[in-house]
Write a protein that binds this ligand. Structure first.
Ligand SMILES: Nc1ncnc2c1ncn2[C@@H]1O[C@H](COP(=O)(O)OP(=O)(O)OP(=O)(O)O)[C@@H](O)[C@H]1O
Length: 775
């Protein structure tokens, strides 16, 4: 033993020499066998041999030597080596059996060995378990695991057990080898079968699926699920499954599906109008809806000229047939000033004209179907009511300027009867017109006025309209229109945004209409800014599953190329609706972000824009100044400052201009500013050449049409890119040119520039001295 005390274990050729092992009664485990017959003097070899021991074995060795057992394996080995080398040279009582035992290559304790074996067995078993070896092995395993009381046995029993265990180990290893062999055989077989070549068609298919997969992988799983739902495909599985399912569908259903990029997967089957397939490509209003005489002449007068019929805008072309003939619900998504108002009004007014002219329809009052048109502001409601009045059968449009008893809409005029005759001073004031007038069928108002009229609010003890009558009224609704729908509903931009605790008036009204009509209502929503969150919210308030949300119909703004476009590609509809290309966007950065500095710059800039051209006594420009929420400037302060600078025409508040005492006067006043009278009837004299300067707040400009507006001066940065779209969209409407001048601080100018890509516009910096020449 003493000759071996510095010898580390040799390579563990287990059981090689059974007779030898059996002689060493205190060495039980093969893993620790050391061949005394092969001593080595090389230090490296010694270290190598020690390092072949497992950590528990090394620790046990250290313990035996009274050395610390902490540290990494290398440290343990090092510690033993150091100890061994120090003890080798040192004088020590060789005869002491205790020391001999300690310094000799250690006969480890039985327990340690047993622990080691147990660990090995466990590892092998788990390996086998992973390979799912059959019943006999698992039985062995359970037997083995049950038999765990090694440490308490006598050394003899332990030896016997260890021999038995060793045999089991051997058999387990054999099985392991066999299984491994089996699996390699299998994979070799599979590999041998593989080289079947894909046909050209199959590989093209695989290639296209791969292409789509790569694009779709970038989309969030929820978007993919939404698309799958809208296709009525299963949404089960993990994201790769969803991607593959969608990619397969897209490949088998045509490439148009991804024309707009994977960001907004649009599928031909869903966007294609089945109606348009049967109709010759229409380029006139008469082609897209059966026009009444009134509408035809109004549209001709407003949008046509002597030689040509009026052309519908892309959104009118895409949406009117679906809404009029197919009575389909829709979300109209088109740029500002693209004619969405006529798009949603025409299907309603033309259906009413048909009913009026039809002899079959007996009842011509609200029970036959009402239109409820909701707008975010009173002024916009007045504007829409003005257009509707021109297009609808006389008397059918009722504007709700403030909360009121809605039943008065009918009571005021006549208590009973289908229709009645009335005299109205014709618009040019020459002689009375003798016309039939019908009972109201179209209610137009701000969502708030109508909701308070029906449900009351915290300030009113009861609702102005009798509740059962209000319910009856809502159950008669056949068309529910929400213009500027993203403003009317509480649209959460992200899933983490919190919805306000109270429902918005439009949400309450739509939910009530959907409930009372049992979903038999044609919903038309419109805005220049429509996104997924809006569709989600709309589905929610209507009580629909997201797959049943009304189809989004889009129209781009290139009216001039309309005819060619439709002929070449009927299915294509532009994806992102952006600020019209006719609008130029300028930025005037201002030193300092205080209200005072912004206002002063705005006043100077407006004065420059309104400078009369050579030969003009006064400016003919039409300018709107919009005060954003974040500039924090009060309307009266802005008006005061502009007056102080002596700007001509005199600045006026937009709302004051539109404001009038009484509903009809409001509509009238609005007509004067907006020239919505252009749709039909006479032209109100708005002194073609005369310019104006209107000032208003960001919240009030949504949807308002100010005819021939040349420029919008935006003071401060609007709240969001969507808001900017709506503000800038007051100019450059219906194909006309327009300019927007943003008066912002340097920081805000940088923030504005970050919206460039999103809005699809270039913000051009401009110097104060260049404004007069550019505008
Ligand atoms: N087919 C047409 N041809 C020419 N002009 C049209 C046509 N249809 C509508 N217009 C005119 O375009 C202008 C803008 O229309 P409208 O107010 O409906 O825009 P909008 O799409 O509702 O815009 P916003 O999103 O700002 O509310 C109006 O003056 C309208 O009379």
């Amino acid at each position: 033993l003493s000759s071996f005390h510095h010898q580390p274990p040799s390579s563990p050729h287990r059981h090689r020499d059974r007779s030898h092992a059996s002689k060493r009664t205190h060495w039980h485990r093969t893993s620790l066998h050391v061949s005394r017959s092969e001593p080595t003097s090389s230090t490296d070899n010694v270290s190598f041999q020690w390092s072949k021991l497992t950590v528990p074995q090394l620790k046990s060795q250290l313990k035996d030597r009274g050395l610390p057992v902490s540290g990494k394996k290398a440290e343990l080995v090092q510690r033993i080596l150091e100890h061994e080398s120090s003890t080798t040279g040192a004088e020590r009582p060789q005869n002491s059996s205790k020391d001999a035992k300690r310094s000799a290559f250690p006969p480890p304790k039985d327990e340690t060995e047993i622990e080691v074996v147990r660990k090995e067995v466990k590892e092998t078993l788990s390996l086998l378990d992973g390979l799912k070896i059959g019943g006999s092995e698992s039985n062995t395993k359970s037997n083995l695991l049950q038999d765990q009381s090694f440490s308490t046995m006598s050394s003899q029993t332990t030896t016997r057990q260890q021999a038995q265990e060793r045999r089991m180990m051997e058999s387990l290893k054999q099985s392991l080898k066999k299984t491994q062999q089996k699996s390699t055989d299998k994979s070799q077989k599979a590999a041998a079968e593989q080289p079947r070549k894909l046909s050209a068609q199959e590989s093209a298919h695989a290639h296209r699926v791969q292409g789509y997969t790569e694009q779709l992988r970038l989309r969030p799983a929820n978007d993919l699920k939404e698309e799958l739902l809208s296709l009525r495909l299963s949404t089960k599985g993990r994201k790769p499954d969803l991607v593959h399912r969608l990619a397969e569908y897209l490949v088998s259903h045509g490439d148009e599906a991804l024309e707009d990029g994977p960001g907004d997967i649009r599928l031909p089957e869903l966007t294609k109008s089945t109606l348009l397939d049967d109709i010759e490509v229409p380029v006139s209003f008469a082609g897209i809806a059966k026009l009444s005489k009134t509408a035809a002449s109004a549209l001709q007068q407003a949008f046509g000229n002597r030689d040509e019929d009026p052309e519908p805008t892309p959104i009118q072309l895409a949406a009117i047939p679906k809404m009029f003939y197919a009575q389909q619900s829709a979300i109209l998504h088109a740029p500002t000033g693209s004619g969405k108002t006529v798009t949603f009004l025409l299907p309603i007014t033309e259906t009413l004209w048909q009913e009026v002219e039809s002899k079959e329809v007996e009842v011509r009052n609200k029970e036959n179907g009402m239109a409820l048109i909701l707008l975010p502001t009173r002024e916009l409601a007045a504007q829409v009511a003005g257009v509707a009045t021109v297009l609808a059968p006389p008397g059918m449009v009722r504007f709700v300027p403030r909360p009121m008893n809605l039943m008065n809409c009918w009571r005021d005029e006549v208590d009973a009867g289908e229709e009645f005759e009335y005299y109205e001073t014709s618009s040019n004031g020459e002689r009375p017109t003798h016309e039939k007038k019908y009972k109201p069928r179209i209610l137009v108002g701000s969502a708030k006025s109508i909701a308070v009229s029906l449900f009351g609010d915290s300030k009113m003890p009861g609702s102005p309209t009798n509740k059962p009558q209000g319910k009856e009224l809502l159950s008669c609704v056949r068309w529910l229109v929400m213009d500027e729908v993203d403003r009317l509903l509480d649209v959460k931009k992200s899933r983490t945004d919190k919805r306000s605790r109270h429902e918005k008036p439009a949400a309450m009204l739509s939910a009530a209409v959907a409930r009372l009509t049992m979903g038999r209502v044609q919903v038309i929503a419109a805005s220049a800014t429509v996104g997924r969150p809006l569709r989600r919210e709309l589905s929610r308030v209507l009580g629909l599953h997201s797959s049943e949300c009304p189809e989004t119909i889009r129209g781009d703004d290139d009216t001039s190329k309309l005819r060619d476009k439709i002929k070449s590609d009927e299915k294509h509809v532009g994806r992102a609706v952006k600020i019209p290309s006719t609008v130029r966007n300028y930025v005037l950065p201002v030193d300092g972000s205080t209200a005072g500095s912004l206002l002063t710059s705005a006043a100077f800039a407006t004065k420059s824009i309104l400078q009369p051209a050579k030969g003009e006594s006064c400016s003919q420009k039409k300018v709107l100044v919009v005060l954003t929420r974040n500039c924090d400037i009060k309307l009266h302060n802005a008006l005061g400052a502009l007056q102080h600078f002596g700007i001509r025409p005199r600045p006026q508040s937009l709302l004051d201009v539109l404001e009038a005492d009484g509903a009809d006067r409001l509509v009238e006043a609005h007509r004067k500013v907006s020239r919505v009278e252009g749709v039909g009837g006479k032209q109100y004299s708005n002194d073609e050449g005369e310019g104006y300067l209107l000032v208003t707040h960001e919240d009030n400009v949504r949807g308002l049409h100010l005819d021939r507006l040349d420029a919008v001066v935006v003071v401060g940065r609007p709240g969001s890119p969507d808001e900017y779209t709506h503000i800038a969209g007051r100019t450059g409407r219906a194909g006309r040119k327009g300019s927007v001048l943003n008066i912002v601080s340097f920081e805000q100018a940088a923030a504005l520039a970050s919206w460039t890509k999103m809005l699809g516009v270039d913000f051009m910096p401009i110097d104060e001295s260049d404004i007069a020449s550019v505008f």
